[in-house]
Design a binder for this molecule. Structure first.
Ligand code: PFF
Length: 455
């Protein structure tokens, strides 16, 4: 088998991992959650979750991957041979597979909307028009599948180019572009005439909206947004070289991911409040980016239609870039597993995974149209994949990783990986291990118990 590749630079390592983390979760889901959970108050709780949960688990995934230089299932097999721990890795591969199937459907929608924005199809339309456009498009039996397939193929071609020439090279191009677009959109949005109320909402916490559910929500969002709990970052770290500073990489990725999420809030809320709207429960889900926002952008730039035109295109381009850097990482988790565990050529394994995911993706895409009434446990195929992966498998995966890194993993490996054999000083690592042992597993168990309705 060909020699295993590594990323060529430290900045490359940070950008690929950040690329995985920054996605629809930041630009779509985070603002929705913020809108419904008290604005700044939610952001504070979210940041606390990143610090308490996100950072220790990300460090664990990184150290497991880099130490073993293996796909996520192989990693546990190497560190705990002949035990059941390999199931943690396999579960991660399953989560990656499920998320990849439904995420690509929404990613495909962003392509269609970028096309509509470029064709100036939003001009002069009202919210009712956008509702119709979205209902028609998402229920269409063909178009969403075509756009989804385009997304799958784009992801596939980047991944088959290889770890260095595909994943790393594209992330290095896409992430700076993504950052520049984000900043330009923030500048346009905060300068809208009535942007003040939106900015206020993001800066002044309203603690009255907070409750237990908010904290649980923020935890789930932190997992999804940081791509934690499924071995995605473990797989990427298996391509880090031995000089990569895992601590610095963890802080950088968490910092970039949180910054983009908050900046997305500064794109969306000033525009939404400028239009005199708030994010009501019916604005949750796809309707935010495919109904509310196009109409809000229309209204915001009614007196400067050219800016509105460019703004809309840039916004959907931002979503495409963010989604693509994430889907690459989803494909790579599953691909690395199939390639290494079944000894199949990398390009062949990628093709197999792409085709299988595309097959299931079709059922997810049709969940908004012809398969709307086909439900399992009351959920459409799309809803089921999302629920099982995001609400169950990711937290369970995160809890297992935490228990593994805290209790099972040899302390010598834990400290030597994170300090590069003692070259880096990090006295706080004892606190991290303590959290992995005693704080994180019960905290996640609480989320899960709450979800199955124990409280
Ligand atoms: N972190 C991505 C987002 O915020 O959109 C979603 C994601 C990417 C989840 C990669 C899981 C994954 F493996």
């Amino acid at each position: 088998m060909a020699k295993r590749e590594n990323f060529s630079s430290k900045i490359g390592a940070i950008l690929v991992a950040a690329g995985s983390a920054v996605g629809l979760g930041n630009i779509w889901r985070f603002p929705v959650e913020t809108g419904q959970n008290g604005g700044a108050a939610y952001i504070i709780i979210y940041i606390a979750c990143i610090i308490v949960l996100g950072i220790p688990i990300m460090m664990s995934e990184f150290l497991i991957g880099r130490n073993t230089h293996s796909n996520t299932a192989g990693a546990y097999q190497k560190l705990a041979p002949n035990t059941q721990w390999k199931w943690v890795g396999r579960l991660g591969v399953l989560s990656g597979f499920l998320i990849y199937c439904y995420y690509s459907v929404v990613a495909g929608w962003t392509l269609e909307y970028a096309g509509l924005a470029i064709g100036n199809q939003f001009e002069g339309k009202q919210i009712e028009d956008f509702k119709l456009i979205f209902a028609d498009f998402s229920a269409d039996p063909v178009l969403p599948i075509v756009f989804m397939a385009v997304f799958f193929l784009a992801t596939h071609f980047i991944v088959v180019k290889g770890v260095k020439d595909g994943i790393e090279r594209f992330s290095k191009m896409m992430m700076p572009a993504l950052f520049v677009i984000t900043v330009v959109l923030v500048i346009c949005s905060v300068n809208l005439p009535k942007a003040g109320a939106g900015i206020d909402f993001l800066l002044h916490p309203d603690f009255s909206k907070l409750n237990g559910g908010t904290v649980l929500n923020a935890m789930g969002q932190a997992f999804f947004s940081l791509s934690l709990g499924l071995g995605c970052l473990c797989t990427y770290a298996s391509y880090f070289d031995k000089d990569t500073n895992l601590l610095k990489t963890t802080f950088s990725v968490c910092g970039i991911d949180t910054a983009i999420a908050i900046l997305a809030g500064f794109i969306i809320f000033p525009a939404v409040f400028n239009a005199g709207m708030s994010l009501s429960p019916e604005d949750v889900g796809p309707s935010l980016i495919f109904i509310t926002l196009p109409s809000v952008f229309q209204e915001a730039f009614v007196s400067a239609p050219v800016i509105g035109y460019v703004f809309s295109i840039m916004f959907y381009l931002l979503l495409i870039l963010a989604s693509l850097t994430s889907t690459i990482s989803m494909l790579e988790v599953v691909n690395a597993y199939v390639h290494e565990e079944f000894h199949i050529k990398r390009s062949t394994s990628a093709l197999i995974v792409t085709l299988v995911c595309m097959f299931f993706g079709v059922f997810c895409a049709l969940s908004f149209g012809v398969l709307r009434d086909f439900t399992i446990c009351g959920m459409t195929v799309f809803g089921l994949f999302d629920y099982v992966a995001s609400n169950i498998l990711l937290p369970v995966g995160g809890m297992c990783i935490s228990i593994f890194a805290g209790w099972k993993l040899n302390g010598r490996i834990f400290y030597s990986e994170l300090t590069n054999d003692g070259c880096l000083r990090a006295p706080y690592l004892k606190v991290v291990r303590f959290m992995l042992r005693y704080i994180i597993p019960p905290a996640i168990a609480l989320v899960l118990l709450n979800m199955i309705g124990v409280f």
